[in-house]
Design a protein around this ligand. Structure first.
Ligand code: SAH
Ligand code: SF4
Length: 296
């Protein structure tokens, strides 16, 4: 930066440095989804996924190397938590990928749904969001950012009071505590009643909704009774529901349900007046779909 004085450069090199992600691999799915594997400065690796759709270009970013929450259906969870990402490492996924796009193409949405539990890395994730949304920074609108959590109740409250105004998605994934305890160990600490109370109390702005994600695991949580119980659980919460048919990975213990059973599940929730979407599994051929990200 030769446009700065020597003095200023000297001061900057003492106090600051510009961190970088190194692109290790970039894979393209037949559906246009692209998966980026980045090396961090300490050699650990993370993945980010770019998802083009007709009217938007969404980037899914990671907040941790691995994840400590241990959900039994998730490949990222299998490796346990390696470490939290620094805020620069979270932001750099956005900046690096934005820079690699062809001119005139811009990211329209950011989903914090990659590797890791973002609320378990609360401070760094919040700082990254503050910078990404800052008018002097990338200035991405908070409405275009969605954070997904497995349900860390006290931190959901803290996020609600943070004034950040991003969208919140909750990974519900079960219709009873017994089921959820089995597939999401976090439920033993924050069971459904507590989790859903925190959702009811979440300070939603006008015209905004919570999202609930529900991974459909064949024979585990995808029966018509499950759908009816979900309808009851979410009563009174302004929300939409995203159904995610399980994405298989090598060695996974669960099966993806049939399309008919997925549609039947959707139909029951729709009949209770919920907006329910079936999440397409983008990039599954390159292990880029939900729950398929890891360090390689
Ligand atoms: N840790 C956060 C965000 C990352 S996971 C969370 O759990 O919400 C993003 C979403 O992928 C979650 O809704 C999770 O339930 C879902 N998911 C994880 N593994 C999956 C798999 N194998 N198939 C489909 N969805 C999966
Ligand atoms: Fe972690 Fe989310 Fe995977 Fe659970 S689903 S192990 S919280 S990344």
């Amino acid at each position: 930066m030769t446009d700065l004085s020597k003095e200023a450069r000297g001061l900057l090199s003492q106090k600051a440095y510009i961190s970088r992600l190194t692109e290790v691999k970039r894979q393209c799915s037949i559906d246009g989804t692209e998966k980026f594997l980045f090396a961090l400065e300490d050699g650990h690796r993370i993945e980010s996924v770019l998802i083009p759709e007709e009217d938007r270009l969404t980037l899914c970013i990671s907040t941790q190397v691995g994840c400590g929450m241990g959900c039994t259906f998730c490949l990222t969870g299998k490796s346990g938590l390696v470490r939290n990402l620094r805020s620069s490492e979270i932001i750099n996924q956005v900046l690096t990928i934005q820079r690699s796009l062809t001119e005139g193409t811009r990211l329209t949405n950011i989903v914090i749904m990659g590797m890791g539990e973002p609320l378990a890395n609360y401070n760094n994730t919040m700082k990254a969001i503050e910078i990404l949304t800052h008018p002097l920074g990338p200035a991405i609108g908070a409405r275009r950012i969605t954070l997904s959590t497995s349900g860390l109740v006290p931190l959901i409250k803290r996020l609600g009071n943070s004034g950040l105004n991003i969208n919140l998605a909750i990974s519900l994934n079960a219709s009873t505590d017994e089921q959820r305890n089995q597939i999401m160990p976090i439920n033993k600490k924050y069971p459904l009643a507590k989790l859903l109370d925190s959702c009811r109390e979440y300070p939603l702005k006008r015209n905004r909704m919570l999202s609930f994600e529900y991974v459909l695991l064949d024979g585990i949580n995808n029966s018509p009774e499950d759908a009816r119980r979900v309808a009851r659980l979410l009563k009174g919460i302004r929300c939409k529901i995203n159904l995610i048919p399980f994405n298989e990975f090598p060695g996974s213990a669960y099966k993806r349900p049939s399309e008919e059973s997925v549609l039947a599940f959707q139909e029951i929730l729709a009949s209770h007046h919920y907006s329910v979407f079936i999440r397409k599994s983008r990039g599954a051929d390159i292990l880029a779909a939900c729950g398929q990200l890891r360090e390689e």
